[in-house]
Design a binder for this molecule. Structure first.
Ligand code: PLP
Length: 446
């Protein structure tokens, strides 16, 4: 209607005049005005409906508009919206207890933050305090957040504004077997190759100098890179050998995304610290944190924990977190992620078989990606690393969005991570849009 479009025009004008948007040159941005979201969908002001096939920023795991979580936030706002982190308060104590119930058994306590970046910042500090060491290692194909320390952990181009970087932040390569220069006969062989390299690099950095190895258990925004069999166990062994803390960043992959509570559960690997955010509240209010191994938590019985945030364990976040964890359990969303993940996997395999432009598909639970290529046999990427002057990927995403499929991409890779509430027929309907758009991409490379 006319009223609707003038309302949208005024919102957009104010937004363009007054808001700075993330990770973008501002001039040509054309953000949609969103008025409603429910379940796996959201709507713009014209009434157009979109499949939210990335759960926004892979955080709205329980879907939009969940009444239980909204009511919990409202109740907490009425009761006690804020009290400083030095106090004991029911929701903070309760959420920590609940998180430790679903986390790996070796975890002892939780330190709450506001989001993922601060979770990694605080994990960095905890690792340095506990080990007394200075260096930290992380991988090139990684994203750990945009604050200065987390951006220094990050390996991909989003770290570049923080160059030349903090001394002692060392990068290593991840086992990205699809693009490895070596053809491995098995996943185990690939793991061995990358683990041997990591071990040698640690020795050259100084056996006793590395406090922690940070890794996304499954590399997320850099393309859903799933570790080969034996890799994470091997990292665990290397960490044990050299007294290094293994820190799994589960900000994106925690809370059912991969069909388990935490992605490390897929390989029965127990990290020393786990950082989390996103799915813990499913985005309804901000919250993050660090799960800390029992004896590391006990170290701070006598040593001062030099970490603090005004909003550490914000009661509104904790109330939302408790309700969100209950939703995962009551609606069996971890199980649904696993079973619907099989449907998504079949759809992705079909697309790979059908489309010359699809070089690789990767998936685990409801976490998937499509890697676009110019040529399947040479694996030449549709857009080279760090370069897309013709904005080809933006055009592909725009075409998807135009047909009602909302998601995002990284380099030549499209991410697919719908809310864990999605049903089989909805996956099929959404992926038929993807099928159409991939036909357009096939024509592009022809
Ligand atoms: N770590 C990972 C693996 C992430 O995917 C993200 C965000 O996408 C972050 C950390 C940063 O979290 P936040 O944006 O909440 O600071």
């Amino acid at each position: 209607t006319k009223k609707n479009s003038s309302y949208a025009a005024s919102i957009k004008a104010k937004d363009r005049a007054n808001n700075l948007h993330s990770w973008s040159a501002q001039k040509n941005l054309d953000p949609k005005v969103i008025t409603k979201a429910k379940g796996i969908y959201y709507w713009d002001h014209t009434g157009k409906k979109y499949f939210d096939m990335s759960s926004q920023l892979v955080n709205v795991n329980i879907g939009h508009g969940n009444k239980k979580v909204i009511d919990a936030i409202k109740e907490q706002a009425d009761k006690l919206p804020y009290i400083g982190p030095a106090h004991a308060v029911d929701v903070r104590a309760e959420l920590a207890t609940k998180l430790l119930e679903v986390a790996p058994d070796n975890m002892g306590k939780v330190f709450f933050t506001i989001g993922g970046a601060e979770a990694n910042e605080n994990a960095l500090k905890i690792a340095k305090m506990f080990t007394g060491r200075n260096k930290v290692m992380s991988r090139y194909r990684s994203y750990h957040g945009a604050t200065y320390g987390a951006a220094n952990l990050t390996g991909e181009p989003r770290r570049f504004t923080c160059e030349p970087g903090i001394p002692g932040f060392v990068k290593f390569f991840d086992p990205y077997t699809y693009r490895s220069p070596i053809e491995f006969a098995s996943e185990q062989e690939a793991s061995k190759y990358y683990l041997d390299q990591l071990r040698e690099q640690i020795i050259y950095e100084g056996r006793d100098s590395v406090a922690a190895i940070f890794l996304e258990t499954i590399t997320g925004s850099n393309g859903v890179i799933i570790p080969p069999q034996g890799y994470l166990k091997g990292v665990r062994e290397i960490c044990d050998e050299f007294g290094i803390l293994m820190i799994c960043d589960e900000v994106m992959v925690g809370f059912g995304r991969t069909g388990e509570w935490f992605a490390c559960d897929n390989w029965d690997v127990t990290p020393d610290l786990i950082t989390f955010a996103k799915g813990v509240t499913s985005g309804y209010v901000p919250l993050g944190g660090v799960l800390v191994r029992k004896d590391i938590a006990e170290f701070f019985d006598d040593n001062t924990l030099m970490c603090g945030l005004t909003y550490s364990g914000h009661p509104m976040g904790c109330a939302a977190g408790i309700a969100t964890l209950e939703v995962y359990q009551e609606e069996k969303l971890i199980e649904n992620s696993r079973t619907m993940g099989e449907v998504l996997g079949e759809e992705l395999e079909d697309l790979k078989a059908k489309h010359p432009s699809v070089g690789d598909v990767r998936y685990i639970g409801l976490f998937g990606s499509i890697e676009l290529v110019k040529d399947k046999s040479t694996k030449e990427a549709l857009v080279p690393y760090g370069q897309d002057p013709e904005r080809i990927m933006s055009k592909i995403l725009a075409s998807l969005k135009d047909k009602g499929f909302s998601t995002y991409s990284h380099e030549n890779i499209i991410i697919i991570a719908p809310p864990l509430t999605i049903k089989a027929e909805e996956i099929k309907e959404a992926m038929s849009i993807m099928d159409q758009v991939l036909t357009e991409v096939d024509e592009m490379i022809n």
